[in-house]
Design a binder for this molecule. Structure first.
Ligand code: NAD
Ligand code: INS
Length: 346
């Protein structure tokens, strides 16, 4: 580990859209960090990005994790690669910011949680960036202050412009709704007990057999309900809105972060605004805060954000969600016991 005056030396694994942006932020806006090693399946892409930030390329992700010039790791490779890369970080004892999903099934996610618990250190942070978005943070503070009474309902809208033909109903749950799983757990401070999915008439833009949009309903352990509209081919842009309904009030947000209400304009007898194009435009601020807090914590050898248990719980709920898409029924979520050393104050 570096001393506090030296920058944290970071390896980024996977420099596609998300990893490329993390690399850019770490190299321009984040204090106390330096990207030293880049790895990507696509060697040309790795070389091009490494060149822009003065890093070197490692051809193998595990060599990158083991390298002497690496103190911490950002994993932004596709979900199926996460499990082995996270376990290698644990084995070496370096802090890791792993993009969601933690892994792609419950058994492997549980194994990661248990491996971290055995190590006795909290090293894994999940890339649930909405927890760092100022609007989500303000909503959480409002809820915790008691200003809207006990929250009873959560309504979420999650729309993307077009995630491509490979994005099937399962990916819509695992890669997209996974954010609402975490938001629900974060805002309501409770685990999700069951999932149901409704599949209304699909958009003509959806490939054969893909249910887009879908309405996903979570029920929490105490019986509170969360509705999620997931629609990933609107052809419009990136729309993420959330409303929490409490016993004595409600809060609606996601309208003004680079988004709609801040830029509402009138003219020609109409009013309207700009919808952000994608997740980077919408959550740029959240990614920046997330990375700065992670770097600051990693320099102390720990994490500061959603942890391995949060990643595991999200994988478990999504697995139930995929089953709910298939059966149309209500599918229960059983998280099992939480290893005690994963318990962390939120
Ligand atoms: N938090 C968020 O808002 C957010 C947004 C987008 C993506 N993500 C997550 O980030 C990850 C990457 O998504 P993306 O949209 O950048 O995908 P992408 O396809 O744009 O990039 C993935 C990159 O990883 C590389 N790669 C493939 N296998 C690899 C391996 N085994 N090791 C190293 N690199 C490998 C690919 O060549 C590609 O360059 C996914 O887990 C995704 O869910 C999170
Ligand atoms: O990987 C992306 C990312 O997580 C975005 O935040 C989400 O809106 C998309 O649906 C998903 O595909």
């Amino acid at each position: 580990m570096t001393t506090t005056t030296e920058p944290l030396r970071i390896a980024v694994l996977g420099v596609g859209k998300m990893g490329g942006f993390h690399t850019e932020l770490l190299s321009s806006r984040i204090h106390g960090a330096r990207v030293t090693v880049i790895n990507d399946f696509d060697a040309d892409r790795a070389a091009a990005i490494a060149d822009t930030v003065g890093a070197r390329v490692a051809a193998d992700p595990f060599a990158a994790i083991a390298a002497d010039d690496v103190d911490a790791v950002v994993i932004a490779s596709p979900g199926p690669a996460h499990e082995k890369q996270v376990l290698a970080c644990l084995e070496r004892g370096v802090p890791v910011l792993c993009e969601k999903p933690l892994t792609i099934d419950v058994a492997t996610a549980r194994a990661v949680v248990e491996a971290e618990a055995r190590s006795g250190r909290k090293l894994i942070q999940l890339g649930f960036m909405r927890r760092f978005d100022p609007e989500y943070v303000a909503a959480k503070e409002l809820i915790d202050s008691g200003a809207i009474g006990r929250p009873l309902l959560l309504h979420c809208i999650h729309r993307n412009k077009n995630n491509g033909d490979h994005f099937d109903s399962g990916m819509m749950i695992r890669d997209s709704v996974v954010h609402e799983v975490d938001v629900a757990r974060y805002l309501l401070d409770e685990e999700i007990a069951s999932v149901q999915v409704h599949r209304p008439t699909a958009t003509a833009a959806a490939p054969e057999g893909v249910s887009d949009p879908m309405i996903v309903i979570f029920s929490t352990e105490s019986g509170r309900l969360v509705t999620v509209e997931i629609f990933v081919r609107t052809g419009i842009g990136y729309e993420v809105r959330t409303e929490v309904v409490g016993e004595t009030g409600s809060t609606l947000f996601g309208l003004d972060q680079h988004g709609i209400t801040k830029t509402v304009s009138t003219g020609g007898g109409r009013w309207g605004g700009v919808v952000p194009e994608g997740f980077i435009e919408r959550f740029e601020n959240a990614y920046t805060i997330e990375l700065q807090r992670w770097v600051d914590a990693a320099r102390r050898g720990t994490i500061d954000g959603p942890d391995a248990w949060d990643g595991y719980a999200a994988v478990a709920v999504c697995e139930a969600g995929v089953e709910a898409v298939r059966t149309g029924g209500v599918v229960a979520v059983d998280l099992g016991p939480r290893p005690s050393s994963t318990v962390q104050e939120r």
